[in-house]
Design a protein around this ligand. Structure first.
Ligand code: ADP
Ligand code: MG
Length: 345
């Protein structure tokens, strides 16, 4: 494991422990059950505040791990796994035949098309061809910071020709998926973790979980309230110094997802380039430094953080208003903030 990754995981553990603190003493208010797993290139946690038995907690957290693990394998664009066609297989096979895939992947991909429409194309899982050169530059910069550079505009413009959402052909009846252009590729980084967290949470709810918190790489999905009916205090990182919090929110029975410029970035010639790419410029979106969305469905929350990141405030507010039960917090590069009425309360 790379040093950076270890550091990142340690920071995350620290921020999660501090972020989900209670109002009373940490000892009394802390989780009764706690486990963690490594999926989606990050750390996921299951916490129980319910005081349920160790057997019950073990069963529920094993179920959460199994579900997150399954989506991790289905959504992986870098590795294939025996006995399944996943997103890596679909990308390798782009331009070729339709491939049979798990029904769960079909459901998810159909949902990503809905999200595309809902967000006016700001969240596009077929942006892979554009995201790849940015990803390669980030990796190269991490290996050799001194010679960091950014993709050529010509490369980005050419890649953008292969990002049409209709290139993703989903045949629900036959259970197959095809990417219709050999230059196109899928990348579900903007939605995958939140969707997987949502699927795991729904299963846990069906199994009777209450007062549980799932944290999938910072995508928080809460099941219920604390046993005494109160919520959890979660800190939204200050983008300018991510070791401290810009805001603290009291949340229950919802999901809370933040995307920030400090999460994944590299520096080339003194300029920082983060990981959320605006389809209109093909460069990192410049409106905000952090975006938080609260809503019941953590898949939607994840998609919306990325979408709102790429929209001017007026458009973003209009989108949030048009949706039921969605709250958002925008933090600008100068540190100032805007939020919806529900967050104000
Ligand atoms: P994370 O929580 O991992 O930081 P985000 O939800 O902020 O992820 O989404 C960022 C990831 O989504 C990027 O790493 C990239 O894989 C992908 N991505 C970036 N921009 C877009 C976009 N405009 N549409 C779809 N996917 C995107
Ligand atoms: Mg997102």
């Amino acid at each position: 494991m790379k040093y950076g990754k270890v550091l990142c995981i340690l920071c995350m553990i620290l921020s999660v422990l501090t972020a989900l603190s209670g109002c009373g003493s940490e000892e009394a208010a802390g989780p009764k059950g706690k486990s963690y797993f490594s999926y989606f290139d990050t750390v996921s946690y299951v916490y129980s505040y319910a005081g349920d038995s160790a057997e019950s907690f073990d069963e529920l957290s094993a179920e959460a791990s199994a579900i997150l693990g399954e989506y991790h394998r289905l959504f992986d664009i870098y590795h294939e796994y025996a006995g399944m066609n996943n997103l890596c297989t679909l990308n390798k096979n782009a331009g070729g035949e339709a491939l049979p895939v798990d029904e769960k992947l079909i459901d998810f991909l159909l949902y990503t098309k809905e999200l595309y429409t809902l967000t006016g194309g700001e969240v596009n899982v077929m942006l892979g061809a554009v995201l790849r050169p940015w990803h390669e530059c980030r990796e190269a910069a991490s290996a050799d910071p001194a010679s960091a550079c950014i993709p050529d505009d010509a490369v980005l413009l050419a890649a953008a020709e292969h990002t049409d959402i209709s290139l993703l052909e989903i045949d629900r009846e036959h259970g197959t998926v095809r990417i219709a252009d050999p230059e196109a590729s899928i990348d579900v980084g903007a939605v995958g973790k939140g969707y997987a967290a949502e699927m795991a949470a729904r299963k846990l709810e069906a199994m009777g979980a209450e007062s549980y918190v799932l944290n999938v790489g910072g995508n928080i999905r809460i099941i219920g309230t604390r046993p005494d009916g109160t919520g959890w205090v979660t800190g939204i990182k200050d983008p300018q110094s991510p070791d401290s919090f810009a805001v603290k929110l009291d949340i229950a029975d919802t999901s809370c997802v933040t995307s920030g410029v400090y999460e994944r970035y590299f520096t080339a010639e003194g300029v920082r380039y983060h990981h959320i790419i605006d389809k209109d410029t093909l460069y990192p979106a410049e409106y905000y430094s952090s975006l938080t969305v609260l809503c019941a469905d953590s898949g939607l929350a994840d998609a919306l953080t990325t979408a709102l990141f790429c929209m001017p405030i007026g458009e973003g507010r209009a989108l949030v208003r048009a949706l039921d039960g969605v709250q958002a917090l925008w933090i600008y590069p100068d540190g100032s903030m805007e939020y919806t009425d529900g967050i104000e309360k």
